[in-house]
Ligand binder design. Sequence first.
Ligand SMILES: CSC[C@@H](O)[C@@H](O)C(=O)COP(=O)(O)O
Length: 370
Amino acid sequence: MNVDGKEMRPIWFDPDTETVRVIDQRWLPHELIIKDLTHVDEVIHAIREMVVRGAPLIGATGALGVYVILVQKGNRGMDDAWFSSQCDDLKNARPTATNLRWGVNRVQAKVMEKTSHETRIQAALDESLAIMEEEADNCRKIGTHGLELIRETADRNPGRPVNILTHCNAGWLACIEYGTATAPIYAAHDAGIPVHVWVDETRPLNQGARLTAWELGKHGVPHTVITDNAGGHLMQHGRVDLVIVGTDRTTRTGDVANKIGTYLKALAARDNDIPFYVALPASTFDWDLTDGIREIPIEERDPDEIRYVRGWHDDAMIQVRITPMDSPAANHAFDVTPARLVTGFITERGVCDASESAITALYADRFKND
Ligand SMILES: CSC[C@@H](O)[C@@H](O)C(=O)COP(=O)(O)O
């Protein structure tokens, strides 16, 4: 995406220095800081501390992390058990987004097809770069398919923008390009369809207020940041036409894990007859799971993310405490929206209903040999 005249991705491989480079998202929108990831511990730290975040992006970071493991090992030969345990550490950096395991597993399998250290390094790099290009293309296609939903909504409501509510950041910062939930929005805006986005602030780390608002602003998309609890009120007053969110893991039966608070938006959307769409690439489906509420692991993060708020003051990042010193806090990072509350999925292959039969029909080739 274009940031102040420069094409940027949230992660890239710099061939001159042979390093993996990422935008440090903890500093946005105040500063654009680039970080090099040269050791697997730095990759794990980047994923865990949310230097990089968002399901497709942590999948790509995990994939490149396998390359980093091999480069860091140098030419000293590689013990397969050591390699496998390093890959496991990478996969366990965050538990909910299935893309992380998917990305690491895919590169790990390619590496194990090779025998020499050099060919393994090359295989890891080639496969992770291929993943990044595929994910960028998937998001572009999600945009093309989702655009039609927005166009239909615009045609039914001439003379005013289509109001879309989104939660957290499922934009290009969370992916490689375009985003998942934002891809249809960017496509509609670029096609001249008037859109306006309600951006949930997304406590506690404010990915909506900090990242989605920044992205949309850079692209010139009209938007308004709202509190996490405002969506229901806006829906009751006819001010939301569509909800589009991303997901960190979706079962083959259509249950959706996404940033905490997504479920409440889905309930409010159902109560107000507003379509609730989830945008995702194939890498975010967990084909093994059928019961999202029971089976998807929900990350619990440091309660201090709730007790303290970070902001920018006089050119410096500051942190202030908002809870009483002795009040415990619990930081559940995701929730699960059951398939029955989802109107449909916007995927790289098209739009489908949130049912096992529709999902497995869309990805029938995936199930051919099951
Ligand atoms: C395109 S991404 C979909 C999700 O990854 C996104 O909505 C989200 O919940 C991200 O959570 P985060 O905790 O910021 O990694």
